[in-house]
Design a protein around this ligand. Structure first.
Ligand SMILES: Cc1ncc(COP(=O)(O)O)c(C=O)c1O
Length: 470
């Protein structure tokens, strides 16, 4: 077999088809669309079955907790009568320490059912630990491929901590430096081992999160007698928001505002060797959030099941300094020490709560574990070593890669709205590049994908030289 970069890339669709046991081609429709809902039925797993699989494997049923002191703090700076109650879903209490256990549980269940001997995932984040932990339960072998080092061999502390966690669960960890070799190595390993591709972006990786959306509604009703008004999801590859929103929609008809939240890393390039260690967050940031929302199929399967644009009502950013500040606030005011990704949404929720009335409810839909390099003090020390200037001031002055600005007053914590319509237009642009001819089925697909109207899509299409078939 020719293992040159070009040959392996040329075989990628075939490798992926074999390694997830899904024939993605059968879902293709029109010239650019596909049947998303049919893909999400793959495996024939109902929400009830998924809940049972998770319950038997240390996943789900995490507690929803009210952050009374953080709410009280938000009310100090909100207009009179404003400052919604803030709750967090304590997903750190899943085995392996994050909501990613929900995704891994269904991938590993499926791998076992289909007779694979092991699982492989390309991830530098919590998902590695989640897959390793679930693989251990099913007696599956596990390989995690990480993008971990810059070209000087310096590793991001959070990613190094994840390698430790994966190895603790018995996985083999392959650590690479920044660059395109990750996907190449991943494909080669899938081919050599014949293991299951436990991608974050298969339908299994999304349906596993739907239980989280359902639990949010059920828990909130039990605790407060009401359903939430707003749910904030930390957004990177988009699966977290997609799965949560789908679970919510399967559970209630109430219109709940779904907010995506990411750390603002504007100007830093994710695949750039120099920028790699200049950021203090390895997920939940705009460096993943924006490219994935405008081009969801850039993932490691032919069609990604993470499609946040279908469900998102608002997309906000917060700064690194604000998230570090809220991480301490959660520990000091609520006695809960948790990791950065969930606290990204908490920082946003602190600001958004001030837009809602006091009898309304806002839920931060996950927390994650913290330790070693994930801890904010470790990240701040690492940032200092990398020449980042850290000070108290106005977080809006923060320049990613140059400074981290911790808020000098709590009224300076502000979630900033991104323009969703311009994001939708960029998404449409990327889709239209795929074909210069489209049909009515494609148009219907684009309307659902962007959660807009036919008018919105047609107005955009007219700007391009695309032929529309009847
Ligand atoms: C704890 C935690 N929260 C949120 C996210 C973001 O999830 P997604 O990539 O599905 O948007 C991640 C992903 O790395 C994560 O590990």
């Amino acid at each position: 077999m020719n293992n040159s970069y070009e040959s392996v890339m040329a075989r990628k669709n075939e490798i992926m088809r074999k390694s997830v046991g899904i024939d993605f081609d059968k879902f293709e429709t029109g010239h650019i669309g596909f049947d998303y809902e049919a893909l999400l039925k793959e495996g024939n797993l109902s929400l009830e079955i998924i809940k049972e699989i998770q319950q038997n494997n240390g996943v789900g049923n995490t507690p929803l907790k009210e952050c009374k002191n953080i709410t009280a703090l938000a009310r100090k700076v909100a207009k009179p009568g404003y400052g919604a109650r803030i709750f967090i879903k304590d997903e750190a209490l899943n085995d392996s320490g994050s909501f990613k256990a929900r995704r891994a549980s269904i991938s590993c269940y499926q791998a076992k059912k289909l007779g694979f001997k092991g699982v492989i995932a390309a991830t530098s984040g919590n998902y590695g630990a989640a897959v390793a932990s679930q693989a251990a339960k099913y007696g599956l072998k596990c390989i995690i491929v990480q993008e971990c080092y810059d070209s000087h061999g310096i590793g991001q502390p959070e990613i190094i901590e994840k390698a430790r966690a994966c190895e603790a669960y018995g996985a083999e960890v392959i650590q690479l430096s920044v660059g395109p070799e990750l996907f190449y190595k991943f494909l080669l390993l899938l081919e050599e081992t014949g293991y299951f591709n436990a991608s974050l972006y298969t339908p299994y990786g999304i349906m596993g999160i739907e239980t989280l959306g359902k639990e949010l509604i059920d828990d909130c009703l039990k605790l407060t007698g009401k359903e939430p008004d707003m749910v904030v999801c930390t957004n990177a590859g988009g699966g977290n928001l997609t799965g949560t929103a789908r679970g919510i929609k399967k559970t209630t008809d109430k219109v709940i505002t779904i907010v995506g939240s990411s750390v603002n890393l504007k100007g830093l390039h994710m695949a750039d060797d120099l920028d790699f260690n200049k950021k203090s967050f390895t997920t939940g940031h705009t460096g993943f959030g924006l490219p994935f929302i405008i081009n969801p199929d850039r993932s490691d399967v032919p069609r990604s099941s993470a499609r946040p644009l279908r469900y998102i009502d608002r997309y906000v950013t917060v700064n690194q300094g604000e998230v570090f500040f809220m991480t301490e606030a959660l520990a000091i005011l609520e006695g809960i020490e948790r990791g950065p990704a969930g606290n990204t949404s908490l920082a946003a929720a602190f600001s958004l709560s001030q837009e809602l009335k006091q009898d309304q409810i806002i839920i931060v839909q996950e927390t994650e574990y913290t330790s070693a390099g994930k801890h904010h003090q470790a990240q701040l020390s690492f940032a200092r070593e990398n020449g980042i200037c850290i000070y108290f001031g106005d977080p809006q002055d923060e320049i990613p890669g140059e400074s981290i600005v911790l808020p000098k007053a709590i009224n300076m914590i502000k979630a900033i709205d991104l323009d969703l319509d311009s994001i939708r237009k960029k998404y449409l642009h990327n889709q239209i590049l795929k074909s210069n001819i489209i049909c009515q089925t494609d148009i219907d697909f684009l309307v659902v994908e962007t959660n807009t109207s036919r008018d919105f899509v047609m107005t955009e299409l007219k700007k391009y030289n695309v032929k529309v078939e009847d």
